[in-house]
Design a protein around this ligand. Structure first.
Ligand code: NAP
Length: 301
């Protein structure tokens, strides 16, 4: 096969945390066509169809999303257009080319009232506009795309863009103490881990890309759980004392740190289904945090 005949992998949200990682992880599987918002604006159904016609993808990875959880409360229409409607159109396009679609979703589709990790079969009940629009996207993909994976992840962070991890590193240099909510429990997940496990869900067969696991919803987060306070404490403990000003993390309640969007109190997702399907053991959040710091040190960030 010549390099020009390599199957094309369309990645949306090219400049996002996950979209950026997926470009590197999926490169061995095909020719990456990664589009940022300028290359493909997901609020335009016509643009989605046109780009897909030009690219003729062998696989679509939808890593783009409206992720501003609080802002979404006052921008419901645009959030629904990107998170709820666009995934359904990408699903139609995946069918048109008879190719798989991998779509990403969130722990915020749950109400957070559980006391045990949520399973894929558990009832959804989003508490925010963001969660509702992401659930609408899941429903559209599941109803439309013949070959699809919906990978729900949570509390994503890495060494690029904006995320809680980078915010804590910055504030640790600027402030004497960090003040962080301690009554929301979830699984901080390193974006590279999501990307790496996503690539295990696809194999190359001739010039086609096929899913290696049955279609459906899977939870793909780090294993284990903690609070935002626990996560911040672990981040702080990993920074040498001479490189930071902050010495402690003060626990707050959600009531003390009000935000426009309601967040689930407990949004830990069970990763057993994907571990079983891929025959892997997913690293826990502490291991993933250590790997993220190692990447940071290696790249001297
Ligand atoms: N971040 C989290 O904590 C988290 C948690 C659970 C699930 N997820 C899900 O995981 C996936 C990846 O999240 P992420 O953290 O990588 O998000 P991110 O860093 O915010 O990236 C999202 C990307 O989507 C792009 N985008 C926004 N509106 C668009 C539009 N109209 N057309 C095309 N692209 C548009 C953004 O473009 P710009 O660069 O121009 O803004 C950005 O590059 C999403 O499905 C998200 O819902 C994320």
């Amino acid at each position: 096969m010549t390099s020009s005949a390599r199957p094309r992998i369309l990645i949306t949200g090219a400049d996002g945390q996950l979209g950026w990682e997926l470009q590197r992880t999926f490169a061995p599987l095909g020719e990456i066509v990664a589009l940022d918002r300028n290359g493909l604006d997901l609020t335009s159904a016509d643009a989605i169809r046109e780009r897909c016609s030009e690219i003729a993808p062998a696989l679509i990875l939808n890593a783009a999303a409206y992720t501003a959880v609080d802002k979404a409360e006052s921008e419901q229409e645009v959030a629904m257009s990107i998170n709820g409607i666009a995934p359904g159109i990408l699903a139609e396009e995946a069918n048109r080319f008879d190719v798989p679609l991998i779509h990403y979703s969130t722990d915020y589709v749950f109400d957070g009232k559980a006391t045990q990790p949520y399973r894929e079969s558990d009832a959804t009940a989003p508490q925010s506009v963001y969660g509702r629009t992401k659930l609408a996207g899941e429903v559209a993909v599941a109803a439309t795309a013949k070959r699809h994976l919906i990978l729900r992840t949570s509390w994503l962070y890495g060494n690029r863009r904006q995320n809680f991890f980078l915010t804590m590193l910055r504030l640790a240099k600027e402030r004497d103490e960090l003040r962080v909510v301690a009554d929301q429990i979830g699984s901080p997940t390193w974006v590279h881990s999501v990307s790496r496990h996503s690539s295990r869900c696809v194999s190359i067969e001739g010039n086609r890309l096929e899913l290696t696991i049955p279609p459906g919803i899977y939870h793909l987060t780090a294993a284990g759980s903690t609070s935002w306070h626990g996560f911040a404490s672990a981040i702080l403990a990993s920074v040498p004392v001479e490189e930071r000003r902050a010495t402690r993390v003060v626990p707050l309640t959600t009531a003390e740190y009000p935000t426009p969007a309601r967040r689930p109190e407990f949004s830990v997702l069970s990763v057993e289904k994907i571990e079983h399907a891929l025959t892997v053991t997913i690293d826990d959040w502490q291991q993933q945090l250590a790997q993220c710091f190692a990447e940071r040190n290696q790249a001297r960030l």
